[in-house]
Design a protein around this ligand. Structure first.
Ligand SMILES: [Zn+2]
Ligand SMILES: [Zn+2]
Length: 345
């Protein structure tokens, strides 16, 4: 009866019991701990059954120990990458603002200490209130942050138009407020329910590697299931049924993972985010730009390098392209452009 009430109650008094039921769509009732346990359990079930039923796979281990070792290594690496990505920061705007302001404050301190003493020992005490980071940092260093961010927008842009109404912080281009994390995220891609975190400038690379490892593990497990069914079919009907059902689920997951991997590879090569691609017409700085033009792309090689290796951009913040740059990018391709690999560099 309590369960029945819990599913349908709507009043304020009943709100507490409503919280006992996890729901992926509701951030308040979405338990990241349950999701993590569920994900680990799924991996253990799918891979554990291979070891349990597929005797030949176990028997071949002394002959080909590296095959089994590589498979187990991939399994451990995938789970480790999942937790690593889940625990990583997507690049919050407030954290970046704090870092920049701390750097500015340190620079000012060192300059002041070299000058004739303005205080007794030349030290400056900087107090940062971590309970209200946005307000305190905005208060003392508002101008430096505002100037830095507004320089990334075209001249004449309104400061107010780019201020997040939830965090009360000026957003750099490509940043967006995530309602699940309740923070603004740099180069916001999406909020991943399975990882329990946002995917943004800070962890997009790790996310790509996680999908890549998960896809490889899924493909390898599918191959093991198929090999089992080829050699052991009709030995035990109930095991066959379990393995066929699990193989069907694995194949669906594999298709989904492959599509996700290709999609994110395309985004990386063209320097886009999922949010920018999906909401292109609703994002002010992308409105009016033709669909075939990638405004932040610097060529495939450069995009790939920036994504994987380079941290040359100031904390991952990119200025908006000028009208001239957009015009340059929207030029149609000629044979000469193709020969000179215009899309690559
Ligand atoms: Zn915000
Ligand atoms: Zn989020």
């Amino acid at each position: 009866m309590t369960i029945f009430r819990g599913l349908f109650c709507r009043g304020d008094d009943d709100h507490r019991c409503y919280h006992y039921f996890p729901c992926l769509l509701d951030p308040a009732r979405r338990s990241t701990l349950y999701l993590k346990v569920a994900l680990v359990m799924l991996h253990l079930i799918f891979i554990g059954l291979v070891f349990l039923f597929y005797g030949d796979f176990r028997d071949k281990t002394p002959l080909h120990p590296w095959y089994m070792a590589l498979y187990l290594l991939l399994f451990v690496a995938t789970l480790a990458q999942y937790f690593f990505t889940s625990g990583s920061s997507p690049g919050y705007v407030l954290d970046t603002m704090r870092k920049i302001n701390e750097t500015n404050a340190l620079a000012r301190t060192s300059v002041a200490s070299k000058q004739p003493a303005t205080s007794k020992n030349g030290n400056i005490v900087i107090t940062v209130d971590h309970r209200e980071p946005g307000r305190s940092l905005l208060g003392s260093n508002e101008l430096s942050w505002t100037k830095l961010v507004m320089d990334m927008y075209p001249p004449g842009a309104s400061c107010r138009a780019w201020t997040c109404s939830y965090c009360n912080v000026l957003q750099p281009p490509r940043a967006k407020h995530c309602h699940d994390c309740d923070k603004c995220v740099l180069q916001f891609d999406h909020h991943c329910v399975w990882l329990g975190t946002c995917i943004g400038q800070g962890n997009h690379c790790r996310f790509w590697w996680y999908i890549c490892e998960e896809t490889t593990l899924c493909l390898w497990t599918c191959i093991l299931y198929i090999q089992y069914l080829q050699t052991n079919i009709l030995k035990s009907w109930w095991v066959d049924v379990i393995m066929i059902v699990l193989l069907a689920i694995l194949l669906i997951l594999l298709i989904f993972l492959l599509l996700l991997l290709f999609f994110h590879s395309y985004l990386i090569l063209t320097n886009q985010t999922t949010f920018e691609l999906v909401r292109r017409r609703r994002i002010a700085y992308l409105r009016g730009i033709p669909g075939r033009v990638y405004p932040f792309s610097k060529g495939i090689c450069r995009n790939l390098y920036n994504f994987c290796c380079s941290r040359s951009n100031l904390y991952g913040m990119e200025r908006l392209p000028t009208a001239q740059e957009l015009e340059e990018k929207s030029r149609p391709y000629t044979c000469l452009n193709i020969l000179s690999c215009r899309c690559c560099c």
